[in-house]
Design a protein around this ligand. Structure first.
Ligand SMILES: Cc1ncc(COP(=O)(O)O)c(C=O)c1O
Length: 485
């Protein structure tokens, strides 16, 4: 397995080079801007409601959209169809042991199923759950059994422009204070999310994880890692934490998992497949959770996953030990972030995992947060480019009891970079269209809901423009680009 791929350039310009080749392709369609406007209106300006038929580059998420390797696809042919005792499951167990150093694995149908089981088992009414930052489904699954999330990030975490290498760190003093205030009996778990999704794919450091572990040990509180993006977090530890400069990703992953009591993950992210899992070395934790897997997911040797997915997951997990694999998405993100940053476009720095995050509050300072700047920017960018990003801001939040919006800490347009999916020329197109939108940002206005579901409204909610700004954007595009798509 390759370690630390380094390519140096003769000409001065530094750019990422794909260390894989394309062998299966999917035709893409770039429809004209007038049609993109019509489609955006039909989808209620919600990028979740677009069909990929109308999307050119799908940067909604990396979840379930990473490209599989030839070895993963090949492994699916060897799947052992069996309700119980499948050899595919044994191969997955071996991979989990090798990659995470954990003996027990409970398969589940996806990451949120793992969250459902872990938090149902651990959280009681009035419990608090300290963490570096929440993820949407995590928060919901902690609140359902009556718990409250407590985000105890450091002062740097929410600064969009920063040079802090580990914005995903927990503030150790705040963690101690939370435990002192609520008492360890009301803190069932401490949660660390690898490559913290909602604050821009930002990693935590090994030093911080070790300190969190020490505090957990003092109070007898189990430490859980959300390992959905653990490969990328391990890569950033190697890149940014001097102690690990020459350590392999394999060893970094083993140390990270060794510091936790249990991990759970979405395989849609970590292993470029489907499904998810909960892993531990502690038989008591395994026993505490396993009955719920049988009840809600399926028998313990498949847990809601197909055996084909289980085979591909085993191979995909081993690929996270390969730096070529886990650095691919971060290196493309870095390229995009640095290109946009150089043009003065407000993007989250330093570049993280998962995607490039554009700060919509700075991009559109004239759009009030109650008119959803991140949602408006996502809609405007789809109209301008055919590229689908995701709103991560107040639309992804909820309402207060008095009916007003609970305004999000950050208003972000996330442009996800699924692993091994896009070419560098496609990334350059994204940058070009975003630069044009930045030049024309004054045209973009706000959105308002015209259909708003009560739960996780960002998935199915529909909105409309508060003024005819989308039409004006199309007119300006035609003036500037002529008959271009
Ligand atoms: C950090 C994190 N945890 C949990 C989940 C939920 O996983 P899934 O979408 O597989 O249910 C996600 C999904 O994106 C995630 O990013």
């Amino acid at each position: 397995m390759e370690e630390s791929p380094v390519i140096r350039f003769f000409g001065g310009e530094d750019f990422p080079v794909e260390l894989h080749k394309v062998r299966v392709v999917q035709k893409l369609h770039l429809i004209p801007i007038e049609e993109r406007l019509r489609i955006a209106e039909e989808a209620g300006f919600n990028t979740f409601l677009l069909s990929t038929r109308h999307v050119f580059l799908d940067m909604l998420t990396d979840s379930g959209t990473n490209a599989m390797s030839d070895r993963q696809v090949a492994s699916m042919l060897m799947a052992d169809d069996a309700y119980a005792g499948s050899q595919s499951f044994e191969r997955m167990q071996e991979a989990v042991q090798e990659v995470f150093g954990m003996k027990y694995i409970l398969p589940v149908h996806q990451g949120r199923a793992a969250e459902h089981i872990v938090f149902q088992a651990y959280v009681k009414p009035n419990d608090v759950l300290p963490m570096n930052y929440h993820f949407t489904t995590t928060k919901a699954h902690i609140e359902i059994p009556g718990g409250t999330i407590l985000e105890i990030f450091t002062d740097e975490a929410l600064k969009t422009k920063s040079t802090c290498p580990f914005k995903g760190n927990i503030d150790i003093q705040k963690l101690k204070d939370v435990i002192a205030k609520h008492g360890a009996a009301h803190v069932p778990l401490v949660r660390m999310e690898a490559s913290t999704n909602l604050i821009g794919g930002q990693p935590f450091s090994m030093a911080n994880l070790r300190e969190v572990r020490a505090v957990c040990d003092q109070s007898g509180i189990p430490l859980v890692i959300d390992a959905s993006l653990i490969g990328e977090n391990a890569y950033f530890i190697k890149q940014r934490e001097p102690e690990f400069k020459t350590t392999s990703i394999k060893d970094i992953l083993l140390e990270m998992c060794g510091l936790s009591d249990l991990i759970y993950f979405s395989s849609r992210k970590v292993s470029s497949t489907r499904g998810g899992g909960i892993a531990t070395n502690n038989v008591e934790i395994y026993d505490k959770l396993k009955d719920m897997v049988i009840l809600y997911e399926g028998f313990l040797t498949y847990g809601g996953m197909s055996v084909r997915e289980i085979e591909a997951m085993a191979v995909g997990l081993r690929e996270t030990q390969d730096e070529t694999c886990v650095s691919q998405s971060p290196s493309f993100i870095k390229y995009l972030v640095e290109t946009l940053d150089a043009k003065g476009i407000p993007v989250i720095t330093p570049p993280g995992a998962l995607g490039c995050h554009v700060d919509a509050m700075q991009f559109l300072p004239h759009v009030p947060q109650t008119e959803y700047p991140a949602g408006a920017l996502a809609a405007a960018f789809f109209i301008a480019s055919g590229v689908r990003g995701m709103e991560r801001g107040t639309i992804s939040s909820v309402r207060n009891p008095d009916g007003t919006d609970l305004l999000a800490d950050l208003e972000l347009l996330r442009l996800a970079m699924p692993r091994r999916v896009f070419t560098l020329s496609q990334v350059k197109y994204v940058a070009d269209r975003l630069i044009w939108l930045w030049e024309n940002r004054d045209i973009i206005g706000g959105l308002r809901f015209n259909y708003e579901p009560k739960v996780l409204r960002f998935f199915m909610g529909r909105l409309e423009a508060t003024t005819p700004w989308p039409q004006k954007l199309v007119e300006k595009f035609r003036q500037d680009f002529g008959d271009s798509l």
